[in-house]
Design a protein around this ligand. Structure first.
Ligand code: AP5
Ligand code: MG
Ligand code: ZN
Length: 214
């Protein structure tokens, strides 16, 4: 399946993408994870992206779209993919339509994971992520099996720098202004599915699978 995940920062896109990737054996592509890997590696892209990410703003479209195009051309995407955090603006969505059109593939669905702003703020403050493999946890809602250590690769987990309280508010504002218009964009295209994301992780996963008919 070819799936786009939409939702506010902290809605659980990364968490549900992981479940979908395991269930469907297709890659999870997160532009946020790609940027963070570039920041860690101090690449020219990482250096440019860091300034925007740390402020809770979007990285400019021209720095973002090429990465996704290259990633989708990888043979592991032939069976399908889960795009998490892309597209995030109308121009990015139009660009994606063009790229997929050229590749002669069609999106199966855009799934919106719906969570209220007040729940988002609580989630972000407790989030811990693995700087090595990108796995995401929550100190209360989704803890690591061994405290402070990634379940997948045993690396010590960290708090993401953009999860600082002021940055979270900015990210939410950016989401409402720039990304929320994609909901009606995909609704008009007849691609939109919605899953409520306020309940616990497993319950949300069940809803996500149901909304996608898998
Ligand atoms: P990105 O990494 O995509 O961040 P985001 O969209 O802000 O979303 P998050 O990763 O913070 O949240 P999530 O929805 O994945 O939730 P998670 O599963 O972790 O992007 C970062 C930055 O990069 C952007 O701000 C931007 O600057 C830039 N960027 C990226 N893509 C871009 C693009 N296309 N264009 C321009 N700029 C771009 O869950 C959150 C927490 O809640 C975790 O702790 C988790 O364990 C917990 N949790 C999850 N589900 C539940 C549940 N059901 N109940 C309780 N807790 C839960
Ligand atoms: Mg994420
Ligand atoms: Zn890890």
């Amino acid at each position: 399946m070819k799936i786009v995940l939409l939702g506010a920062p902290g809605a659980g896109k990364g968490t549900q993408a992981k479940a979908l990737s395991e269930k469907l054996s297709i890659p999870h592509i997160s532009t946020g994870d790609i940027f963070r890997a570039n920041i860690k590696g101090n690449t020219p892209l990482g250096i440019k992206a860091k300034g925007y990410i740390d402020k809770g703003e979007l990285v400019p479209d021209e720095l973002t779209v090429e990465i996704v195009k290259d990633r989708l051309a990888n043979p592991d995407c032939e069976k399908g993919f889960i795009l998490d955090g892309f597209p995030r603006t109308i121009p990015q969505a139009e660009y994606l339509d063009k790229v997929l059109n050229n590749m002669k593939i069609d999106l199966d669905a855009t799934l919106l994971i719906n969570v209220d702003d007040k729940d988002i703020i609580e989630r972000m403050s407790g989030r811990r992520t693995c700087p090595n493999c990108g796995a995401s946890y929550h100190v209360v809602f989704n803890p690591t099996k061994v405290e402070g250590v990634c379940d997948v690769c045993s690396t010590p987990v960290i708090q993401r720098p953009d999860d600082a309280a002021e940055t979270v508010l900015n990210r939410l504002e950016t989401y409402h202004k720039q990304t929320q218009p994609l909901i009606s964009y995909y609704e008009k295209a007849g691609k939109l599915k919605v899953a409520q994301g306020a309940d616990e992780v497993d319950e949300t996963t069940a809803r996500v699978f149901k909304a996608l008919g898998i």
